[in-house]
Design a protein around this ligand. Structure first.
Ligand SMILES: NC(=O)c1ccc[n+]([C@@H]2O[C@H](COP(=O)([O-])OP(=O)(O)OC[C@H]3O[C@@H](n4cnc5c(N)ncnc54)[C@H](O)[C@@H]3O)[C@@H](O)[C@H]2O)c1
Length: 439
């Protein structure tokens, strides 16, 4: 990621600049005062830029305006969390939250600005109703009030797989102009919660984020932030990018990584390991389609092999089945077999039971606030530290305690640009060749 000296105006929306933010505004020619924020409109020529239009300078707002792509279970937990933690105070230690505040942003400062889906039962409805529509089946822990955000119709592309085709009726409403909606709703950060295997749809929405001047948080295992080409695009646009594939608060991935690292640090040779996951939500149903699973398997396996050396044929990490009655619960069986002192065998076997979607929501609540901080600070490109802490497949892997440290330093403004390749603690990059995606 690169700190920009002078970020161009993001078309149609604000960019914070030393406490000020501005937008393109082709209509206005006046200075004015508005409620909540001070708008001072200036001619582009005053700013020594060659844009034909004018820009609107606005004092930085204290909100993080989020757009959601895919109003499924994860979106439900995320939005419920905004209600549930609305009154969280910055001085409290709050069960369930990693960080009550991220710099100046509290949970209550996150607002939903826009939402996109393709499901007939969700498009055209207020987000609070769409979130309760089947096949969403996650735990309801907060009553989301009317949001005023109507779910807009996005293009379907490769969003619906074989196993959900019969369950999801596509909306007959016309597709919206997504970039225009993002600009009009002043969306700061676009979060992708598309189904696994949505390669084309993910790339399509990443392009719309670039077009509209939004930061992009990619929660799914399609490689955007971990792809050099996409990183360059966001870097040249001066827009922050976080990804890929959200790492849950305490999920199978982080438990598996920590145990693998523990064996490594204590001198135990990891010989064989597996992580078998199953659940009853539509994410697991969709993943029954093996062809859509390649990137998910790659992402989950890399996340473990980046921490420890194990022969490719001796590791198996995968979503394994769909068990309807588990609803949004996910069970993971993890086994590690190692060799300790004197060649003595050592085994760890555990079962993890979690609710899948709430497990990711708090992490996304932190990720969007980091993305907004980067916007405020004119940092474009992939956020290496936060991505490594929040995501399974970041541009660069670190042991989790280092990733956390980098993230806290980023939040504190001490770590704005990091090319971490020359750090001693960079995780061992031995992942890719270890993966047989359909194995
Ligand atoms: N802990 C977790 O739950 C976790 C962790 C890591 C990654 N993820 C990933 O997050 C993603 C979302 O998970 P989920 O459980 O919310 O899935 P979900 O199936 O409940 O929701 C996906 C939503 O996307 C919509 N959709 C499909 N195609 C679309 C398109 N082209 N445009 C807009 N919307 C479209 C669907 O209608 C659905 O509402 C998945 O890829 C999952 O693997 C989840």
């Amino acid at each position: 990621m690169r700190a920009r000296k002078a970020a161009p105006a993001r078309p149609g929306k604000k960019v914070t600049r030393v406490g000020m933010r501005y937008t393109h505004d082709t209509q206005s020619r006046h200075s004015e005062q508005c409620d909540g924020a001070t708008f001072v409109r200036l001619h582009a020529s005053c700013m020594n830029v060659s844009l034909a239009c004018e820009r609107r300078f606005v004092l930085s707002s204290n909100t993080v305006r989020v757009g959601i792509v895919g109003v499924g279970n994860c979106a439900s937990s995320f939005v419920q969390g905004l209600t549930y933690y609305r009154d969280a105070s910055s001085s409290d230690v709050i069960p369930g939250l990693m960080n009550p505040t991220v710099d100046r942003y509290r949970v209550r400062d996150i607002e939903i600005a826009s939402a996109f889906d393709i499901h007939a039962g969700k498009v055209g409805r207020d987000l609070c109703d769409a979130l309760l529509t089947a096949p969403n089946n996650t735990r309801i822990f907060a009553e989301v009030p009317h949001t005023g955000v109507t779910v807009a119709r996005g293009p379907t592309l490769d969003g619906i797989g074989t196993y959900l085709r019969d369950e999801i009726e596509e909306s007959q409403l016309p597709e919206s102009d997504v970039a225009e909606v993002l600009r009009r709703t002043r969306t700061d950060v676009l979060v992708s919660y598309l189904p696994v295997g949505s390669q084309r749809a993910s790339e399509w929405y990443a392009l719309r984020a670039l077009e509209a001047g939004c930061a992009f948080v990619n929660c799914i295992p399609v490689f955007i932030a971990s792809d050099t080409g996409w990183r360059r695009r966001f870097e040249s646009a001066g827009l922050p990018l976080l990804g890929d594939d959200i790492k849950s608060q305490v999920g199978a991935t982080i438990v598996h990584r920590v145990l693998a690292n523990l064996l490594h640090e204590r001198g135990v040779q990891l010989e064989h390991t597996y992580q078998l996951n199953f659940g009853g939500n539509s994410d697991f149903k969709n993943m029954l389609e093996r062809e859509r699973l390649t990137s998910k398997k790659l992402s989950k396996t890399r996340s473990v092999t980046s921490q420890v050396s194990v022969a490719p044929s001796n590791i198996h990490v995968a979503p394994s089945d769909h068990v309807e009655w588990l609803t949004d619960r996910k069970w993971a069986y993890i086994r590690l077999e190692g060799t300790g002192f004197g060649g003595t065998p050592l085994n760890i076997e555990l079962k993890l039971e979690v609710w899948d979607s709430p497990n990711s929501a708090g992490v996304v609540i932190d990720a969007v606030r980091c993305a907004k901080l980067a916007l405020d600070r004119h940092i474009g490109g992939a956020l290496v530290g936060p991505s490594s802490y929040f995501m399974k497949s970041p541009p660069q892997q670190f042991p989790d305690h280092v990733a956390r440290d980098l993230t806290l330093k980023f939040i504190a403004g001490e770590e704005s640009d990091r090319s971490a390749t020359n750090r001693d603690d960079t995780a061992r990059a031995r992942a890719t060749c270890h993966v047989h995606a359909n194995g």
